[in-house]
Structure formats: structure tokens, C-alpha cells
Design a protein around this ligand. Structure first.
Ligand code: ZN
Length: 492
């Protein structure tokens, strides 16, 4: 399969031609959420970024096995090796079972992803369902001499590993920098070295999430799950591992070390990372008062929001930025995205209603090639969007009567929108149902019928019926606009 997709590999720090390990199959793993709270913007960006990659690889004809995990154990309060488990803490505060917490927030996460039109991954493994695999990984690393047991816990020996391999090759750090950065934290405790990280933690008596192991009753270190589950479902060597930039260090650096220490070589071919989201130029954080959940965006119920924003506005906003660039949320930026998204959908609706002429008065640009080239250039979604807007300008010209298009050209534009706007960018049109996977044809026909009755009423100067239909459709959530050529309508 030949195609020129280039993706930026964090490991080599350059764009590389994507060549899968198996000819027509791609294995990709993306770090999923830790399920102890409502999904927020920080969840939206990686899920949408890798949804685009998932969709585009399939568009190119690959069979993709996409694994995105659910972290339901081992993610400790300080993202380090200390502190209470985030899920266990929530369970303690709410007097629930940890699995009730994990189940509840996994469901909330799925609902938010569905709203954002993020396709479900092929496999969504849970860390707690793979304790045995994680213990096996720890045993292998111990057997190879890159870990040590200390007081019932097992730690990765970073110093020793770094003598044989390079610890820090993904994040571009060296061991001295890592040690200096972690020196301010409290003492080494049961670790030999502050830079070492936990592979297995002995549970304190009050710790409720625990499993038996050769070392102690305890739980796996956070980094183990992705190495163990990636290997289980994608094999010892697979194509793509993704996640947010905040995971490069320590999480992904530790994953690389675990893989090399256990199997002798790297597991992942291409590492990809999306940049972070800020709100009004600030990092999002509970203490800053700008922590906004996705549900709050959707219903506008937050002091920092002047209105509600639809899931498609959020998706469109995220795709207007390249995934490796920053994206700064503000009411102004979101309102602009909302208008832009509506303009795009207006273009699509006008395209559906265009009447073909015997011939085209203008030559269409090769928009599909421009879109493909943009996607092949490390998923450059802003350029795809700009190209579709160029196509919208032509549609508007034809709609205004200042240009004509043949049926073949109209069909090629429809194909362009279906492929790139709906299939690749994953946007959804609530009016035509495109991108929803639902056939809204009967419902469209019903609206068209009402509009036809209204047209006849107007022709017969029956203004009462005409106004009644317009007003009732407006009440039901339809925008009806009379134009010189007839009527345009859409769902608000
Ligand atoms: Zn992970």
C-alpha cells in the first residue's frame, strides 16, 4: 500500500514517512483516561486527535486495531509513586466501591466521547483486568536485573538501566537532570535512588485496592499497565503509541524503559503527542477556577462561560488548530468557532440543494488532493478546513447564480465533503444526519413536505397557513429562511 503519510515522531523529533510493520494493518495504542472524575477539555484533545488518526488510517485502507485503555488503578495523587490512589480516594470520600467510581466515570467518559463523535476504540482494556499481565512484566524486568525488591515493593533501577540504555531518550532528558528535578521531593525512602519508579507497590493496611503477588499484597505502578496491555493486544512491536504531551515524562519514558528492560528492544515504532489546552491563556486547574467539564461546555453551566457550546463546536475548535500546536479556549474563540462551523454546514446544505447546469462555468480546483496532502502532512486539519471553506465559496457563487456547475462537479464536491468533513474530520451535521450514522431521510422528507404545503399556501395567498407552518417549525427547532430561490432550512 503506497501513500505519503508523514507523521511527527516524538522519539526522533522529525516528521517521518509512516510505514506500518505489517503491510495493511496498523496497531495503535493511546493512553486513555483515569476514571475518577468528569471528563473535561483535557480529555477531549487527545481523544479527538487520535480519533482523526484512526479515521484517516482507515480512510487510507488500513485495518486498524486501536487500543485505548481505562486507568482504574495505580494512578496516585501526585502522579509519582506516592500518595493515595485517585480512584480509591474518591471511593473513600463517597463511601463507594472503587469499581463503582470507575464504572460511573467510564460511562460519563463514553457519553462525552459519543457527543464529540469520537469513534470507540477497537479494544478498551482496564488496568484492573490485567493485573496478572502486569505482574508478569515486573517478573521479567526483575529477572533481567533492571529492578529490585524493597520492603514488599518493586522499583525500576533507572541508574542501572541508564548504564546499558538511554533513560530519557523520548523526553530529551538525561539522568542527571531527572535526578536534579526530583531531588527537591522528600527522601528516597525505600528506593535506592530518587529517579527510580515503582513497578509494584505494597499496599498500606488502609489501601482497599490490592492484589496478591510474589512481593506483597499490593498494586501495580501506573506505568506498567500500558506496557503490559499494549503488548498483550498489539504484540511486542507495534506501530503507534499516542497521548498528551504531558505524558511524555515520566509516563511514556518509563514505558519505553519497561519495554526495553523486559524484552530487550523498543516496543513502539512511532510516538505521537498532542499539545495541551489552555483556557484564557492559563493552564486548566481546579485551583484556578477554570476547570470546566465537557458537560459544562455542552450546557453552559459554568461561571467562565457566557453560553453553551455544542459538542461539534468544541470538536471544530480543536481541529482548527494543528494537534502539535497549543489551543487556547476563550468565549470569543469558541463563538468564532461556532460561527465558522455553521458557515461550513450552510455550505454543505446549499451544496445538497444546488441545481446542476448542463456545464460548469468555472473549473473546480482539486480540493480532494489538497485535503489529502494536508492530512498526509502530519494531520494538518486546519488546512483541510481552509480547503473546505474554499469549496464553500464556489458553492455560494453557484447558489447566488454567479457561476454554474455540472452534475459531475456537484457530485465531486459532495464526495469531497463526505470524505473529509464527515468521515475524516468526524464532524456531524444534525440537520442532514451526515456523520451521525443515522438515516434522516424520512425526517427530511417530512420537513420538505411541510415546506411544500407552505409554498402552495403562499401561492394561494393563504398567509395564515403559511405563517402557521413557519412558526410551528421554528418552535420545533428549525430555522426557516426565505430566499429568492425558495426556502433554506436547518436545525438550530
Ligand atoms: Zn499510558
Amino acid at each position: 500500500m503506497k501513500h505519503p503519510l508523514f507523521i511527527y515522531n516524538t522519539l526522533t523529533r522529525r516528521k517521518e514517512h509512516f510505514v506500518p510493520l505489517n503491510e495493511d494493518r496498523v496497531g495503535m495504542y493511546v493512553c486513555g483516561p483515569t476514571v475518577y472524575g468528569d471528563p473535561h477539555l483535557g480529555h477531549a484533545r487527545p481523544s479527538i486527535t487520535f480519533d482523526i488518526l484512526f479515521r484517516y488510517l482507515q480512510q487510507l485502507g488500513y485495518k486498524v486495531r486501536y487500543v485505548r485503555n481505562i486507568t482504574d488503578v495505580g494512578h496516585l495523587e501526585h502522579d509519582a509513586d506516592e500518595g493515595e490512589d485517585k480512584i480509591a480516594k474518591k471511593a473513600r470520600l463517597e463511601q463507594l466501591e472503587p469499581m463503582e467510581i470507575a464504572q460511573f466515570y467510564t460511562r460519563r467518559y463514553h457519553m462525552a466521547m459519543d457527543a464529540l463523535n469520537v469513534l470507540p476504540p477497537s479494544i478498551e482494556p482496564h488496568a484492573t483486568g490485567h493485573i496478572i499481565e502486569q505482574e508478569e512484566l515486573v517478573k521479567e524486568i526483575l529477572a533481567n536485573g533492571y529492578a529490585y525488591e524493597s520492603n514488599g515493593s518493586v522499583y525500576f533501577d533507572v541508574e542501572k538501566y541508564n548504564r546499558d540504555h538511554h533513560y530519557g531518550k523520548l523526553s530529551g532528558r538525561n539522568l542527571e537532570e531527572v535526578k536534579n528535578a526530583s531531588r527537591e521531593l522528600d527522601g528516597v525512602g525505600e528506593k535506592h535512588n530518587q529517579a527510580d519508579f515503582a513497578l509494584w507497590k505494597k499496599a498500606q493496611p488502609e489501601h482497599i485496592m490490592r492484589w496478591p503477588s510474589p512481593w506483597s499484597d499490593g498494586f501495580p505502578g501506573w506505568h506498567c499497565e500500558c506496557t503490559a496491555m499494549g503488548r498483550k493486544y498489539l504484540g511486542n512491536h507495534f506501530d503507534i503509541h499516542g497521548g498528551g504531551m504531558d505524558l511524555v515524562f515520566p509516563h511514556h519514558e518509563c514505558e519505553i524503559a519497561q519495554a526495553v528492560a523486559s524484552q530487550g528492544d523498543d516496543m513502539v515504532h512511532y510516538w505521537m503527542h498532542n499539545n495541551m489546552i489552555t483556557i484564557n491563556g492559563q493552564k486548566m486547574g481546579k485551583s484556578l477556577g477554570n476547570f470546566i467539564t465537557l458537560e459544562q461546555f455542552f450546557n453552559g453551566d459554568h461561571a467562565a462561560l457566557t453560553q453553551a457550546y455544542s459538542p461539534m463546536t468544541i470538536r471544530f475548535f480543536i481541529l482548527q488548530a494543528h494537534y502539535r500546536g497549543t489551543a487556547d479556549f476563550s468565549n470569543d474563540a469558541l463563538q468564532a468557532a461556532e460561527k465558522a462551523y455553521e458557515r461550513m454546514m450552510d455550505g454543505w446544505h446549499r451544496l445538497l440543494a444546488l441545481k446542476a447546469a448542463p456545464s460548469s462555468s468555472i473549473t473546480l480546483e482539486d480540493y480532494a488532493t489538497r485535503c489529502a496532502e494536508a492530512m498526509n502532512d502530519d494531520l494538518n486539519t486546519p488546512v483541510v478546513i481552509a480547503t473546505l471553506f474554499d469549496a464553500c465559496r464556489v458553492i455560494n457563487q453557484v447558489n447566488d447564480g454567479s457561476a454554474t456547475l455540472s452534475q459531475a462537479d456537484i457530485d465531486s464536491l459532495k464526495q469531497l465533503f463526505t470524505t473529509y468533513l464527515f468521515n475524516v474530520l468526524g464532524l456531524r451535521d444534525n440537520a442532514s444526519g451526515e456523520g451521525n450514522g443515522i438515516d434522516l431521510t424520512p425526517y427530511q422528507k417530512a420537513v420538505e413536505l411541510l415546506l411544500e404545503v407552505r409554498r402552495n399556501a403562499k401561492a394561494a395567498k393563504d398567509w395564515g397557513t403559511s405563517d402557521l407552518i413557519r412558526d410551528r417549525l421554528a418552535e420545533a427547532g428549525f430555522d426557516i429562511k426565505d430566499t429568492k430561490d425558495g426556502v433554506e432550512w436547518k436545525v438550530r
